[in-house]
Design a protein. Structure first.
Length: 516
């Protein structure tokens, strides 16, 4: 954070203390403090918002926006119980404010508490707000009322057929419930708007994530019939051709659409080059991308490229030895059994969501570590301790390195969830572009005789996606030992091997990339 930002904070603290000492804080100074808090929250410095406004809020109990800024800051700091309490104070001060109502409901949803009634109230205050309607549908679905959740989304989509976020949410909800026609809303909207490129491409992405390539081809063909030749569509068709094994056609289209390829298209082209043995070309495309914002998705491919070319930078990136640790969290058998029983209650989906790596199982979809059950809080506490051990053992700061080049002070979670795999279930090899450090916590696993011979059910680290067709071994394979935590860089490829019988139950999380 810049020195000017820190100086502004110091000045505001001094002004608030001086005015409080004189018997009253002026509205002008309160406004300055709120504006500062807005800036601080947007800059990721919610810690400064809390330091500034938490002492002020009880002095101005009727000022809703002060309480709201405190609540938003606590939510950003992932102190969910304190966020809920602050939102309650904001609600008392401004019971008709739809943003406060929505914030309170979101906090409840993320904590795993019932939130549908809270979102219903927020909707009554902002009936046209599509995001509130989406949140209400998610809350209804989380509470088991999928029919009502679908009704909310279908009504909104009927009014706004081009609402892509609504289509995505409805299709994800239906697929998780096992509905084979989960993309029906997309199909209906696309038929009514055959030239809407954004809508059709969103529908295409939905099919591509499910590897439903024939449907994906038909969507793009239909769009071409209305829009004609477009380089953007050439890039999409190149991706389809590469992913379905038509490499000659893919190569022709990648060359043809080079001018229209953005970051996503560049990754697709890199994958194609790896599949077809064009490793130097993949390197030429990939290396400049890491200088651009949002380069997190490129690093896993560079790891593969450098390993294939014998470039020592693969060791620089992944570690030599690799930055992998397995830590015993110290849970008793009874604690693990109680935790497992709670986690099983949270697995309500019939199918995994499309963007997830799970095959033959399910994954929870709310921030697990935001929940308030004692069992979850205990896991989170031990995880934070283990993370500190792992981080403290890393090599010194290395500028430009995705793991070693960041600050190492504040720890927040970019996501946390549970996975339940059944017999023959596994994770396809993947990476986490939103994370800094990724993980696997083993809660329960079948006995060895049910797992099958090693490495059945094991975690494989460093072995790239089988879709790339590359013969690169894993850096390390980790056995699923109950009560242990595996940690590794989020840029590292990771997946698991199928197992024979039983159920494999884990928790996973990503640590957000620190910025202070």
């Amino acid at each position: 954070m810049t020195q000017g930002f820190e100086a502004r904070y110091t000045q505001l603290v001094a002004a608030l203390q001086a005015e409080h000492g004189r018997g009253g804080i002026t509205p002008v100074t309160i406004t300055h403090a709120v504006n500062y808090a807005i800036d601080a929250n947007e800059a990721g410095r919610s810690d400064l918002t809390i330091a500034l406004l938490e002492p002020l809020a009880p002095l101005v109990p009727g000022n809703a926006i002060v309480w709201q800024m405190v609540a938003l800051a606590f939510r950003q700091e992932q102190q969910m119980d304190r966020a809920a309490a602050a939102f309650d104070q904001a609600t008392k001060a401004a019971p008709s404010d739809p943003r406060i109502a929505n914030g309170r409901a979101l906090t409840a949803l993320e904590m795993g508490a019932p939130a549908a009634k809270l979102f219903g109230r927020a909707r009554s205050l902002a009936p046209e707000d599509l995001q509130v309607r989406l949140n209400l549908a998610v809350a209804l679905d989380a509470e088991g009322d999928r029919a009502a959740a679908s009704d909310v989304l279908e009504e909104a989509i009927g009014q706004q057929p081009g609402w892509i976020a609504g289509h995505d949410a409805l299709s994800a909800m239906r697929r998780a419930a096992g509905d084979p026609d989960y993309d029906a809303s997309y199909r209906k909207a696309a038929e009514a708007a055959p030239a809407d490129m954004a809508l059709h491409l969103a529908w295409y992405r939905n099919m591509a994530r499910a590897l439903r390539w024939e449907e994906a081809k038909a969507i793009i063909a239909g769009l071409r019939s209305h829009l004609g030749d477009r380089l953007e569509l050439d890039a999409v068709e190149a991706h389809i051709a590469s992913e379905t094994g038509d490499h000659d056609r893919a190569q022709q289209l990648y060359e043809q659409a080079a001018a229209a390829v953005g970051p996503a298209g560049a990754l697709s082209h890199i994958r194609h080059c790896l599949r077809t043995g064009r490793y130097e070309q993949a390197k030429t495309i990939a290396e400049p991308l890491i200088q651009l914002p949002g380069s997190e998705a490129v690093w896993p491919y560079l790891s593969v490229i450098w390993r294939l070319l014998g470039d020592n930078r693969a060791q620089w990136l992944d570690g030599a030895p690799p930055f992998i640790a397995q830590i015993n969290l110290g849970f008793s058998d009874q604690e693990l059994a109680t935790l497992a029983a709670l986690l099983r209650q949270l697995h309500t989906a019939q199918q995994p969501f499309l963007e997830q790596s799970v095959r033959g199982g399910t994954q929870t979809d709310k921030p697990l570590f935001h929940r308030q059950e004692p069992e979850i809080r205990a896991v989170r506490s031990r995880v934070v301790e283990a993370l500190r051990m792992y981080i403290d053992a890393l090599p010194p700061h290395v500028p430009g390195h995705p793991l070693l080049g960041t600050p190492r002070t504040n720890l927040r979670f970019a996501g946390s969830w549970s996975v339940k795999l059944k017999a023959d279930g596994f994770h396809v090899a993947h990476t986490h572009t939103e994370g800094w450090i990724s993980s696997a916590i083993y809660v329960d696993r079948p006995p060895q005789e049910e797992l099958g011979p090693p490495p059945a059910g094991w975690l494989q680290l460093g072995k790239p996606s089988a879709e790339l067709g590359l013969d690169l071994p894993a850096y390390r394979e980790i056995a699923p030992v109950a009560g242990t935590l595996a940690l590794f860089p989020s840029t590292m490829w990771h997946g698991t091997t199928p197992f024979a019988k039983g159920e494999r139950l884990t928790i996973a999380f990503d640590v957000a990339r620190p910025w202070r």
